[in-house]
Design a protein around this ligand. Sequence first.
Ligand SMILES: C[S@@+](CC[C@H](N)C(=O)[O-])C[C@H]1O[C@@H](n2cnc3c(N)ncnc32)[C@H](O)[C@@H]1O
Length: 206
Amino acid sequence: MNTWDQRFSRSSAYLYGEQPNQWIASALPELPKGAKVLALADGEGRNSVWLAEQGYDVVNIDYSQVGLEKAQHLAQRRGVAIQTEYADLIAYPLPVAHFDAVVCSFFHLPSQYHALVWQKVIDAIKPNGYLLVQVFSHDQLPLNSGGPKDPDLLYRLEDWQNMLCSMQNQVLQQCQTQLDEGSLHQGVANVINIKSVKQEWCDNEH
Ligand SMILES: C[S@@+](CC[C@H](N)C(=O)[O-])C[C@H]1O[C@@H](n2cnc3c(N)ncnc32)[C@H](O)[C@@H]1O
């Protein structure tokens, strides 16, 4: 059992709530029914289930087996189907140019893996597909509204500017927001919001 399995198994409650992350729900444009959407590191599945309710074909890839089981329970309870895949996203080879959108809230991993993992994620998006992300920025460290306490797991805007240089960035901003997501994300928080579109000419050749 990894740390996330332990956290998610402490209670039957959903630690980040059962509603989607507000940035994702408000910024994701309407996609055609059946669009393929990757809910990246979506743990207990709050974004995945909301995406399935919009009529999309959703896969939640995460390395918490307990989180993925809770995600399937939530989907069943809400009467939708989602796919769940157990994988460590650092090592996992995502399919190339496969998803119409990738959405992600609060996936924090050691900074040495940021460029590697996010490049794979960008490569996995189809031309004209979307990337929607909300993560904690470095300024979140002194606040107690959620997020890791190891600064190496937090993000800087400059890192994203580099990592997203091949994308058309409609929103790439560091800002304060009011979180009200389950028991672990409550209060004013410093986040980075991203809404990017994969450029048509970006042909995944590196
Ligand atoms: C803070 S939780 C956020 C869960 C979900 N995105 C949400 O906002 O409700 C972080 C999630 O990232 C997952 N995670 C962290 N590192 C991972 C990795 N290397 N591979 C796959 N999943 C990972 C954890 O299992 C956990 O579900």
